[in-house]
Design a binder for this molecule. Structure first.
Ligand SMILES: Cc1ncc(COP(=O)(O)O)c(C=O)c1O
Length: 394
């Protein structure tokens, strides 16, 4: 029977990884895959994570099953991290441990589908390449609203607001909590307020994906959108990930929080979520979540983790400034200020697929065809080569 299957097209990022690995040039630069890298190009295990893992090894007494919603202490810690001062408010929020942010997004879409009251989930254009397949695979229609204008390399904020005014009541609007992937351009606090007003007026249900908390302006600031919307609407969904800010990528750590009108409804949502999990993967993996729980609950580990996140954030900021500055000098007639206006790991360069191909073949600079780059692939050593290469293909 398996011969009846057709092969799926290769993932665009995997192709970049393969081509990059095969390239023998010593000045090659990989700006494709979305993991944080330090100045040496490594994606290290955080020191706070290593210490928590050692502690866990000594103290853990059982590997027996947990429930479908994972470890209750982890869930409480994550709710606190993501909702800040709003967490625990009247038990309206229910939080479940999930396999990464991806698991959280998928379970959220499953819950939305079961309510039968949303006709679609609306995602910004563009959005993270996996949003549409991941959310759509739950069986719900995915529609889009304008977000980024490639020509001016700015947010299409008025168009976005206009489109949201036409979203039917009860539909879901997906927003990036911070460090928008792929554009790097986030809503300002004022823009969050305006979006939130429209969402509240129209009876839309916001769905915030926050996968980079701490990488934009700081751990306690980057959840502004979550905190603001919590006060503005009766219901919302929040998918969070520990892949980047704890560098726990392969350990698959994330959480889904659902805000309901009241505590009773929150319990019903939880039972539905547990049922979806039970019929998909039964329960989330424990190890990474146990590590996160230890770090967030221990003052010394938490403070070390916070400074590790801060140094990742500052390195990304510094690389954005170096690339932006170099482009200003090399190509004064072009506007590359979006590198500096952006937050987090991603920006578009803003060149064509043909120019992306030239960057690869002539300059050993690797990125996906859309020209989205991972800022963490830039170092003090390669930034000049990168800027000169971009300038050369313009
Ligand atoms: C916007 C966004 N959401 C969610 C995720 C999910 O990450 P993970 O499933 O690895 O936690 C990512 C990962 O790249 C992302 O960029």
């Amino acid at each position: 029977m398996f011969e009846k299957l057709g092969a799926m097209p290769q993932d665009a990022i995997l192709k970049v990884i393969e081509d990059y690995s095969a390239d023998k040039r010593s000045n090659k630069i990989d700006l494709g895959v979305g993991v944080y890298r330090d100045e040496t190009g490594a994606t290290p295990i955080l020191s706070s994570v290593k210490k928590a893992e050692r502690k866990l090894l000594e103290s853990q007494t059982t590997k027996s099953y947990l429930g479908s919603s994972g470890d209750p202490d982890f869930n409480q810690q994550m709710q606190h991290l993501v909702f800040g001062s709003k967490s625990g408010s009247g038990d309206r929020i229910t939080t479940l441990q999930t396999p990464g942010g991806s698991g959280s997004l998928r379970i959220a879409a499953g819950i939305v589908l079961r309510t039968g009251s949303a006709s679609a989930i609306w995602t910004g254009s563009p959005t993270w390449a996996n949003h549409v397949p991941l959310l759509g695979s739950a069986g719900i229609e995915i529609k889009s609203y304008p977000y980024y204008d490639a020509e001016s390399k700015t947010l299409q904020f008025d168009d976005m607001l206009g489109a949201l005014q036409a979203v039917p009541a009860g539909d879901i609007v997906l927003l990036h909590g911070c460090c928008h992937n792929p554009t790097g351009l986030d809503l300002s606090e004022q823009q969050w307020r305006e979006v939130s007003d429209v969402i509240a007026q129209r009876g839309i249900v916001p769905f915030i994906d926050i996968a980079y908390q701490g990488f934009a302006s700081g751990i306690q600031i980057d959840n502004f959108g979550v905190r603001h919307l919590f006060d503005a609407v009766p219901e919302m969904l929040v998918a969070s990930s520990c892949s980047k800010n704890f560098a726990l990528y392969r350990d698959r750590v994330g959480a889904l929080s659902v805000v309901s009108k009241d505590a009773k409804t929150a319990q019903i949502v939880r039972s539905q979520a547990n049922n979806i999990v039970r019929t998909m993967y039964s329960m989330p993996p424990d190890h990474g979540g146990a590590v996160v729980k230890l770090i967030l609950a221990d003052a010394a580990l938490r403070s070390e983790w916070e400074s590790e996140v801060e140094s990742m954030r500052l390195r990304l900021r510094s690389m954005r400034e170096r690339l932006g500055g170099a482009m200003r000098e090399l190509t004064p007639d072009h506007d590359f200020s979006h590198f500096e206006r952006g937050n987090g790991m991603f920006s578009f360069v803003g060149v064509t697929p043909e120019q992306v191909e030239r960057l690869k073949t002539e300059f050993a600079v690797y990125m996906v065809a859309s020209s989205r780059i991972n800022i963490a692939g830039i170092t003090n050593n390669n930034v000049d080569h990168l800027a000169q290469s971009i300038a050369a293909v313009l």
